[in-house]
Design a protein around this ligand. Structure first.
Ligand SMILES: [Zn+2]
Length: 190
């Protein structure tokens, strides 16, 4: 499983684990091993032997990714209906409500505040928190989809000029350049 690390943000790199290649959707998170590798490489899994061995977690991670991707599409103008937008926000909030909570526990004779995981395994909570932090940050304005309509990759534009248009210059950027060149060439022909 080869992650595509072009987004400039680990959560968006995770969003990009279902790219399109040659017109076909490609799922990069097929097995638990894929999921573990992705979460580890993106920094959401700090204990490599963390028990993440259930196929259910693969489905959960895919669903989480798709719900956030839908929200991105709605927020960034790829969906027009307001209803769509509130529906996808509700879906995302279902994940947010699974994060867990702080609780008081008693250790010997003293109370300590502890964090208790909700229904999601810890690495997925870390992934989810990263997504939520991104949504609530200034950076969210700079999250964009690749300008190639056939490409489904997202990125965080960290250029000073805020003019990044492509997931990668060597793929979609070059395609566009070649197209512009061809068109210009065509119009100068007699
Ligand atoms: Zn692209």
């Amino acid at each position: 499983m080869n992650l595509i690390r072009i987004a400039g943000h680990p959560f968006i790199d995770f969003i990009n684990t279902n790219p399109v290649a040659e017109g076909r959707s490609v799922e990069l998170i097929v097995s638990v091993d894929d999921l573990r590798t992705a979460l580890f490489e993106l920094g959401f899994l700090d204990e490599p032997d963390y028990e993440l061995n259930c196929d259910k977690h693969v489905r959960v991670a895919q669903e989480l990714r798709e719900d956030f991707r839908e929200l991105l599409l709605a927020d960034k103008g790829f969906r027009v209906s307001r209803d769509d937008n509130s529906k996808v926000l509700r879906q995302v909030n279902r994940w947010v409500s699974q994060i867990g909570e702080n609780i008081l526990t008693r250790a010997d004779s003293e109370y300590v505040i502890a964090y208790q995981n909700g229904t999601l395994p810890k690495p997925l909570v870390q992934l989810l928190r990263s997504g939520i932090e991104l949504l609530c940050s200034e950076k969210y304005k700079r999250v964009r989809k690749c300008s190639n309509p056939a490409c489904v990759l997202w990125y965080l534009d960290t250029t000073k000029s805020r003019t990044r248009s492509w997931c990668s210059m060597s793929t979609c950027g070059n395609l566009s350049k070649a197209r512009t060149f061809r068109n210009r060439h065509k119009t100068t022909l007699p």
